[in-house]
Design a protein around this ligand. Structure first.
Ligand SMILES: *Cc1c(COP(=O)(O)O)cnc(C)c1O
Length: 473
């Protein structure tokens, strides 16, 4: 029996979907697509009983559903093929979750990658090499972002011959000098601030003019002039990204016109422009209250906007690039915790503490993000109490879910927070020296460890103890 978001309310009897054949947009689901409840009333993902996974791999545990991840990749790719008559490329914003297995799985679906640091670049290149991609395929798959790339990072990117998304003057001038020094033509893309407002948390808004990212549009004439004088810089495209967890389509539609205007300008400067990159930003369902468009609707909007804007300006159709992060992997992941202590404050609140918290999911404390959770071993038990799920860190703000309706919970129950595939593992820390959890990839009843649980030895691995601090040394 499949669980869709409408049926997944805690404490309600789960019903099979009225039409299991319906193609679901994973970003509109609370649970991964393969979620079912088995005979023991336990949640299964990818054919694996979540409580058994915790027994085998420990707690807390990140669980990633391969079917959901691959389905999402295909939906993005297929929608671009369907709605955009020109060339297109979907690249995964790997900051959402960068690790070898995730890179490998997504690459095998034909997607590329945006990376924003030397570390993400190194992870991606290594994973692609180990997965059998050629040097040339690797260079064509990777785009390097960042608003303050170091010289060492730029060298790594130039060495790998990936496209570099240039964010500012310092970077542009540094690259021009470095490319000339190496006598190597470096492919670049110019990131601009499109001046488009959208409704999302201010920390994840990037398209408005007061943003740290990209060139201000009033600089672009000077930028294009500078590039047209550089023998070793090949400016192949323009990029803009307006923000994250966006439910509206209008800002994405407006972006098409803004990019097309500058595309035309750049062509007038004689730059060999061939691509427009519209960024990512499509939202996902974290709770029943969230209502993002489907992946297909988003792609259709973006594709039509760029196509129409280019036609109106009599421009050749550029290669269209999009770089989804959250909507590509967010709904494919869940986190399982073990229920521990309980604090009852009569007539005020009941806290239930789990064995993780802000170190494995810093989004609630950072962005006031709201999550939904269930007790994985009591899936059909009706809700009986309203509780607040607290983490185990030394911060009062370390709350994972507030005012959640749950069945009566007891010590050792497995609590599952859904929608944790994006910006959880990648933002995890060792706060309070908690070892970071393991991650497993599940598919067809098989579970593979993709990230080992950190050990206490891992925690002190980088620590050094100067001799003079050691008495009697
Ligand atoms: C974060 C980011 C993305 C992905 O955003 P999502 O909202 O996760 O889809 C894409 N492009 C750039 C430049 C980003 O910084």
């Amino acid at each position: 029996m499949l669980l869709t978001d409408r049926e997944a309310k805690t404490g309600e009897q789960f019903l099979p979907p009225s039409n299991p054949e319906t193609v679901l947009s994973p970003n509109q689901q609370l649970f991964p697509l393969t979620a079912t409840v088995n005979e023991q009333d336990c949640l299964e993902i990818g054919g694996c009983d979540v409580t058994a996974l915790v027994q085998q791999f420990g707690s807390p545990l990140y669980i990633l559903d391969e079917t959901t991840l691959r389905t999402t990749c295909r939906q993005y790719r297929d929608a671009f093929t369907k709605y955009y008559p020109g060339a297109s490329q979907v690249i995964y914003a790997s900051k959402a979750w960068s690790c070898m297995a995730v890179v490998s799985a997504i690459a095998s679906e034909g997607l590329g990658f945006d990376v924003v640091s030397g570390g993400e670049l190194y992870t991606t290149i290594t994973a692609l090499e180990k997965s059998g991609f050629s040097e040339r395929e690797i260079s064509e798959k990777i785009y390097f972002h960042g608003n303050n790339k170091s010289l060492a990072e730029l060298e790594l990117a130039v060495e790998a011959q990936c496209q570099i998304i240039v964010d500012n003057w310092l970077e542009l001038e540094t690259l021009a000098t470095y490319a000339a020094y190496r006598k190597q033509v470096v492919p670049i893309v110019i990131r601009l601030t499109p001046g488009i407002e959208c409704h999302t948390h201010e920390y994840i808004r990037t398209g408005h003019l007061d943003s740290k990212f990209g060139f201000d549009p009033n600089q672009l004439d000077a930028v294009f002039t500078f590039i047209s004088e550089q023998k070793f810089l090949n400016c192949l495209g323009l990029h803009a990204h307006i923000g994250s967890q966006i439910f509206e389509l209008q800002p994405h539609q407006d972006l098409g016109g803004v990019l097309a205007d500058w595309f035309k300008k750049a062509l007038d400067y004689g730059l060999p422009m061939e691509a427009l990159n519209v960024g990512g930003g499509l939202g996902i369902c974290y709770t029943e209250a969230d209502d993002p468009p489907t992946i297909e609707e988003w792609v259709k909007t973006v594709a039509k906007a760029v196509k129409t804007a280019c036609e109106q300006r009599h421009l050749p159709l550029p290669k269209l690039i999009a770089e989804p992060g959250r909507s590509l992997i967010g709904s494919a992941g869940i986190t399982a915790y073990t229920v521990g202590s309980r604090k009852v404050i009569p007539e005020l609140r009941t806290y239930i503490a789990v064995d993780g918290g802000m170190s494995d999911n810093p989004r609630p404390i950072t962005y006031q993000s709201i999550y939904q959770a269930v007790i994985a071993n009591k899936m059909r038990t009706p809700a009986q109490e309203k509780v607040t799920i607290a983490g185990k860190h030394c911060e009062s703000g370390d709350i994972l879910v507030k005012d959640l309706d749950l069945p009566e919970t007891s010590l050792g129950d497995i609590l599952v927070v859904v929608g944790t595939g994006a910006y959880n593992y990648s933002m995890a820390s060792n706060y309070n020296r908690l070892p970071r959890p393991a991650a497993v990839l599940v598919s067809d009843g098989e579970a593979n460890l993709i990230i080992r649980r950190e050990t206490y030895e891992d925690l002190i691995r980088q620590d050094l103890l100067p001799e003079r601090l050691v008495e009697n040394a």
